[in-house]
Design a binder for this molecule. Structure first.
Ligand code: SF4
Length: 397
């Protein structure tokens, strides 16, 4: 039987923000499973178990992940051998046991500069998630969600304010990349998605198994082929997950949201700090750097009067001394439930100068489309408001 991670139960337990996690990982019943949840080896096993020569798996994989076919009709038109077409017809028919992950686009909002597009996508069970396609000079990056909602409760984050709903399956994560790629190709068939960041809704390391499985599919050179060095996992500081990434030798980039230079400063913004202490987190980051030899990217949302003083910058530089670290300074995206305001330009520049003087690369993240509710969870939160949901079309499934 093919094992399909439905979400990481291992890291479940006590929620740092809201108590005990509900058992709301979507069940992967044997009756219906997604072809997008399967890596190539699993696809071979599935075909073999159904009496189809597993050698055909590579062609089906190519149709799914290289060509991005995501409906029974698109697959029926694919240049596949008759035994595969017959299997697909059976498998994808009602009661056939399999489905395809193709989230329904509920809304797409381009930013005023035309470089960023934010998508609100509806999953099979009606949950909505956000995916963002960002265009930079010569490259395109997709930002995907890994959970519906989030249990970490960061006070400045719209997703954190809505709470945890459920983990996403691997296929639901992979399908977001396919959606962004379809949109990009419809604009210019020559353009490719080259980078992936896991910075959308949810904490990726809280859904570890499903995320790692999805990244294996996304980085497979026979499919979407986004190289591991072009994939960044952003965590709020799930210490067991950081340690596991190192011990398993995962080849992805790691970004850690820090936001504070003392326990008090940080835990006021990031409730997860109460579960994994500031000291534990820094120790895990140091060990990660030592064990993997990789640079860590630290994310810092600058909030006026809370974490943008010169003293904080100096303390931060001292804390990170000796580490191969890059500081990413992020402008605050205003959300309704948080009263903090964005740092003044002068404070932000002073903060950056202190870190740079201490020898750390320190850059401002480009603000990509604040006019499209680019802070994670903002679009979904907006559309959840009763007046705004009236025009949303029902699920096509
Ligand atoms: S910032 Fe990330 S980890 Fe924190 S609540 Fe938002 S989605 Fe969750």
């Amino acid at each position: 039987m093919v094992a399909i991670p439905a979400g990481s139960r291992e890291s479940d337990g006590e929620c740092p923000a809201h108590g005990i996690f509900p058992d709301n990982i979507p069940s992967m019943s044997e009756a219906t499973r997604s072809l997008h949840d399967l890596d190539l080896a699993s696809l071979r096993e599935v075909l073999a178990a159904d009496g189809v020569n597993p050698v055909h798996a590579a062609a089906l994989w190519r149709s799914l992940h290289r060509e991005g076919r995501a409906t029974p009709e698109e697959l029926a038109a694919a240049p596949l051998l008759p035994p595969l077409h017959r299997w697909l017809e059976r498998a994808l028919a009602p009661g056939g046991g399999w489905f395809l992950d193709r989230p329904e686009p509920v809304e797409e909002i381009p930013s005023s500069d035309g470089l960023t597009r934010k998508f609100l996508l509806r999953l099979r069970d009606g949950q909505t998630i956000e995916t963002v396609l960002m265009g930079y000079e010569g490259r395109h990056t997709v930002c995907v969600s890994t959970q519906a909602g989030c249990a970490m409760g960061c006070v400045f984050c719209a997703t954190g304010q809505m709470g945890f709903v459920r983990h996403l399956r691997p296929g639901e994560i992979v399908a977001q990349v396919h959606h962004a790629r379809r949109v990009l190709r419809s604009v210019d068939p020559e353009k490719r998605v080259r980078n992936l960041v896991l910075m959308g809704m949810g904490e990726p390391l809280h859904n570890y198994e499903a995320v790692m499985h999805a990244l294996g599919i996304i980085s497979d050179t026979r499919g979407l082929a986004i190289g591991p060095a072009r994939i960044a996992i952003s965590t709020v500081g799930v210490v067991p997950g950081i340690r596991r990434l190192a011990s398993e030798g995962r080849p992805y980039r790691l970004a850690v949201s820090l936001h504070g230079s003392t326990r008090e400063e940080r835990s006021a913004l990031v409730p997860a700090d109460k579960r994994w202490s500031f000291d534990e987190l820094l120790e895990a980051c140091r060990d990660y750097g030592r064990e993997t030899g990789k640079r860590i990217f630290f994310e810092w949302t600058l909030i006026e009067g809370r974490n943008d003083s010169p003293e904080t910058a100096e303390r931060l530089a001292a804390l990170l001394a000796g580490m191969d670290a890059h500081l990413n300074l992020i402008p605050l995206n205003p959300t309704g439930g948080f009263d903090g305001v964005e740092s003044q330009a002068g404070s932000a520049r002073r903060f950056q100068a202190i870190l740079r003087a201490a020898g750390f690369p320190c850059t401002f993240r480009q603000r990509r489309g604040i006019d499209v509710a680019a802070g994670c969870g903002m679009l979904r939160a907006e559309r959840k408001k009763p007046a705004a949901t009236a025009g949303v079309s029902p699920s096509r499934r």
